[in-house]
Ligand binder design. Structure first.
Ligand code: ZN
Length: 409
């Protein structure tokens, strides 16, 4: 399937959008790992039905939306990086520019050829879940959500006709007659929101005291199931901390025998890479030489296969034939990359990284015959200052320890 860049859509109108919608409908529910295109090359495994919003970006099958000082989009097909704005000759400085005003919204996602976001409406004092055209025009409010004082958590997943996110409601007990003793309860929930009707339904919900906390890490959807991790500061809740699935057809919840101490660092179809949580040895008085373990989780069988051990976990990326992982040296000023190939399992070092030039892969994508990694990082500018950046490197060069990063500006 050939896809066009988002920027071209901004100018090009409906025919293309309709075509893409038809393709999206054909691909419903199918992860495309095994799908071959006409040339016989393996297609990107990114699923156009599944879009993930993380704290710094939104990953789609067409590119990555970065939440910088303004919104930028990196387009996989055209390999270009540009503000999310369709106004000709725009300088992207005033509030009329989509890339500027949308930066003040939360969880901005590109999903099925529309923008979705949560916007705080100051006059009304609550959040709205909104939809607009890719250009930012034509906003419609899908749902007003005054009851949820907080929305979000670690991220949002878009899949099918729903978004999955965390919400918190605050309830106040009636004050005593003298006006004191107001007790606050928090009702924290993992929610699904219907993107057409705005209907919100809790998947899992619990009531906590005013000091309690709970978090759902909403990670992945595979084979009709939502995968998430639940953890709470309160020791006695009706749910055990740990990994769960929710069947999206039947709403059935299942607690998996996988500890909440395992955090997932990469997902692709039926494979997840998870690691024992790496703590900061300075803050937590932990011996930095403590060995941690990394596993490959097969979602079809539920098995965890141990891959390798590490001391201080660094960046990581799931590639087609294996897994590349970084490990920090004590003090975090330098580290090294290694590659763990699935077939031999012989971990080999592929390069080193330093404070001044670091690279944190966000996603691997295929464009033509090339596989490339796009990520966040730091580099030195012409004055020797260390600045944040986004960068792209080919998988081939990356695995050979090369430093030919293309900086996105
Ligand atoms: Zn603009």
């Amino acid at each position: 399937m050939k896809r066009k860049g988002i920027k071209r859509w901004l100018y090009s109108g409906w025919l293309l959008i309709c075509l893409v919608l038809i393709f999206a409908a054909c691909g419903r529910g199918n992860l495309k790992n095994e799908k071959l295109n006409e040339e016989g090359a393996k297609e990107s495994s990114l699923d156009e039905e599944l879009v993930k919003v993380e704290p710094g970006n939104c990953i789609t099958d067409q590119g990555v939306l970065f939440y910088d000082d303004i919104l930028h989009f990196y387009d996989f097909q055209t390999k270009t990086f540009y503000p999310l704005c369709g106004r000709p000759n725009c300088t992207h400085r005033d509030e009329e520019c989509t890339a500027v005003w949308l930066r003040n919204s939360f969880f901005v996602a590109i999903y099925k050829d529309s923008l979705y976001y949560v916007r705080y409406v100051e006059e009304q004092g609550f959040n709205c879940f909104c939809k607009a055209e890719i250009s930012g025009e034509g906003e419609t409010v899908i749902a007003e959500v005054p009851e949820y004082g907080m929305l979000g958590g670690s991220g949002v997943l878009f899949y099918g006709d729903k978004a999955y996110l965390m919400g918190t409601r605050f309830e106040y007990e009636d004050p005593e007659e003298d006006g004191t003793e107001e007790t606050v309860w928090q009702i924290v929930s993992l929610l699904s929101m219907n993107l057409q009707s705005g209907e919100i339904e809790p998947i899992m919900e619990l009531t906590l005291g005013d000091n309690g906390s709970a978090i759902w890490t909403i990670e992945h959807i595979y084979d009709g199931k939502l995968y998430f991790c639940f953890d709470s500061s309160e020791t006695k809740t009706e749910y055990e901390p740990g990994w769960y699935t929710c069947d999206l057809e039947s709403d059935e919840l299942k607690c998996l025998e996988i500890s909440e101490d395992l955090e997932v660092s990469a997902w692709d179809g039926n494979i997840a890479i998870c690691q024992e949580q790496s703590v900061d040895p300075v803050l937590n008085d932990e011996d930095p030489k403590t060995e941690k373990h990394c596993f490959r989780w097969n979602l079809d069988t539920g098995e965890l296969e141990e891959l390798y051990t590490f001391h201080l976990s660094g960046p990581h990326v799931l590639l087609e034939n294996g897994y590349a992982h970084g490990e920090w040296k004590e003090g975090y000023h330098e580290g090294s990359w290694s590659f763990y190939p699935w077939d031999t399992g012989e971990d080999r070092e592929i390069g080193t990284f330093t404070d001044s030039q670091s690279f944190f892969p966000v996603v691997v994508y295929q464009s033509g015959d090339d596989y490339e990694i796009v990520g966040d990082g730091t580099r030195e500018d012409e004055n020797g200052r260390i600045i944040d950046c986004h960068a792209v490197i080919s998988v081939e060069e990356f695995l050979n320890g090369g430093t030919g990063y293309r900086f996105l500006e």
